[in-house]
Design a protein around this ligand. Structure first.
Ligand SMILES: Nc1nc2c(ncn2[C@@H]2O[C@H](COP(=O)(O)OP(=O)(O)OP(=O)(O)O)[C@@H](O)[C@H]2O)c(=O)[nH]1
Length: 496
């Protein structure tokens, strides 16, 4: 009897062990997702391999109006992205690509900038609280702080600042030369419409690492914990940051589990959608660059040294001129004379006036004069290029705040565009945080996307600050500026 019971017990234990083993194996299998490879993998075309940053849209400009404020508060991400309506197609003459403008050669050292000596932080900088002592001016002509330069200068006129305010520097003589009439552009400008199409391939390097890495992992077959960890690492390496990375991965895991996804193509679609949705396609990315109520739109271009502010200002001027707009450029970078020269070259090429200050002049004064001049001459937009400044230097950031406040004594600032160099990665986010606090940025221009294997900083800046990326720089060429669209960016990233 006893022996029988023992045999029964042993058999029962054995049965239980086998059962546990089977259940364990089933559970493990469930956690792994096997993707079936498509029967025949379609060979990518050359264009598809080359980055594919290709939205067929043009730039979107809207009327100026009211003070520049940051983007609308973030809302919860929609699960399905509604395709945004195509922005209105700008008026464009049929023109041909132009050559790149000549500019003074200078070393490109964004990380270690030629930075002005910081002004004292205790008091608001007074007129010319010059960071450097200007060289004695031996040139003939005006000795004042601000001049307007035109292709064909005429009789000088005196234009005093209109707003008596202690913060508005009151120069003794403010000399402005030139007439408001602009001349025809000296060169042809690339049409702005469909520009992304023509710039396809510039993100090839990004695609090479991020896109191929992710799709390689997702398409490899079993998606176990190790694979998900690798996917996370790839996203973090691409500068998406931990929060956005987690959101993307969680979303992917959930979708793959609940939607019975089994093919590589389906996973690719899910990845694309998760990335696009995390780029806030709902944000308004139009530029307030059109006049309102007879007053020009005012755009301030800010950022740290060497990110591409002057180049972006020049490129944007070209887009607006190509769109039939009259613009005026303000060279409020009074620290680096070459920057004002550079802007003047851009202005000459598009036939725009430029108001520039002498080296060491108060940038707020120059910016004010530029805007006053633009209002007086009835241009459509005034683009003010400011000096590069490290976000860590309080004095310089205070100076920038003053520039905006002073300009607003004359007319509201409609856009404050922060130019971020995409190659600087995480640092770009820190810059954005500080600049947003000081001047309430309304949009980001992400430059040098053509030269980086990352670019994921777009996700972080938008996610954390709620500020839309509005434009991207995709090269040094005069027309290598394009509107930012989330779908095109993700397609370029994934190489689809
Ligand atoms: N590859 C590439 N280079 C760019 C892009 N945008 C600007 N650059 C280059 O970056 C360098 C710096 O550009 P600038 O426009 O002088 O930069 P900045 O911010 O005005 O410089 P500071 O006035 O010194 O602060 C130049 O060599 C530009 O040609 C871009 O989108 N792609």
């Amino acid at each position: 009897m006893n022996t029988t019971w023992i045999i029964v017990a042993v058999v029962a234990v054995l049965l239980l062990a086998v059962l546990a083993l089977v259940v364990g194996l089933q559970l493990r299998k469930k956690r792994q997702i096997s993707l079936s490879k498509p029967e025949e993998r379609k060979e990518l075309t050359r264009e598809e391999r080359s980055g594919n940053y290709q939205a067929g849209t043009g730039f979107s400009f809207t009327e100026a109006g009211g003070s520049a404020t940051a983007a609308p508060p973030r809302e919860p991400l929609p699960r399905e992205t509604p395709r945004p309506a195509a922005p209105p197609t700008p008026r464009m003459p049929g023109v041909e690509p132009s050559a790149e403008p000549t500019r003074p050669a200078r070393p490109q050292t964004p990380a270690t900038p030629e930075e002005p000596v910081e002004t004292p932080t205790t008091a608001e900088p007074q007129a010319p609280a010059a960071p450097i002592v200007p060289e004695p001016d031996t040139r003939p002509g005006p000795t004042d702080d601000t001049v307007v330069v035109e292709p064909a200068p005429v009789e000088p006129v005196v234009v005093p600042p209109e707003v008596p305010d202690e913060e508005v520097p009151v120069p003794t003589t403010e000399l402005i030369t030139g007439t408001p009439a602009t001349v025809a552009p000296v060169e042809r400008i690339d049409p702005s419409e469909g520009r992304l199409d023509r710039l396809r391939g510039r993100l090839a390097r990004s695609q090479g690492t991020v896109g191929q890495g992710l799709l390689g992992l997702l398409g490899a077959g079993d998606l176990d914990e190790d694979a998900w960890e690798e996917i996370e690492d790839t996203l973090i390496m691409a500068d998406l940051g931990t929060t956005v990375t987690q959101r993307v991965v969680d979303r992917l895991r959930e979708d793959i589990a609940t939607r019975q996804i089994r093919t590589e193509a389906e996973v690719r679609d899910l990845l694309r959608q998760a990335l696009v949705d995390n780029l806030h396609p709902e944000y308004d990315r139009s530029l307030r660059a059109l006049p309102n109520d007879g007053k020009p739109a005012v755009i301030l271009v800010v950022g740290v040294n060497g990110t591409g502010k002057t180049t972006t200002t020049g490129k944007l001027a070209r887009v607006l001129v190509a769109d039939g707009r009259r613009i005026l450029l303000g060279a409020a970078d009074t620290f680096r004379a070459a920057a004002a020269d550079q802007l003047q070259t851009w202005a000459e090429r598009v036939g725009a006036e430029v108001v520039r200050g002498k080296e060491g002049a108060d940038p707020a004064s120059v910016a004010f004069d530029a805007v006053a001049r633009g209002v007086e001459t009835g241009v459509d937009a005034v683009l003010v290029d400011t000096a590069g400044r490290l976000h860590t230097k309080t004095g310089l950031m205070d100076e920038l705040g003053k520039v905006k406040r002073v300009v607003e004594k004359k007319t509201p600032v409609d856009e404050v565009l922060l130019v971020i160099d995409a190659t600087t990665g995480q640092n770009g986010l820190m810059q954005a945080r500080v600049f947003k606090e000081v001047v309430d940025i309304t949009g980001v221009v992400l430059t040098k996307l053509d030269g980086t294997a990352k670019g994921g900083i777009v996700f972080q800046v938008q996610h954390e600050l709620g500020v839309p990326v509005k434009l991207v720089g995709l090269g040094e060429g005069a027309d290598d500026l394009a509107p930012f669209t989330p779908e095109a960016f993700v397609d370029a990233l994934l190489g689809t």
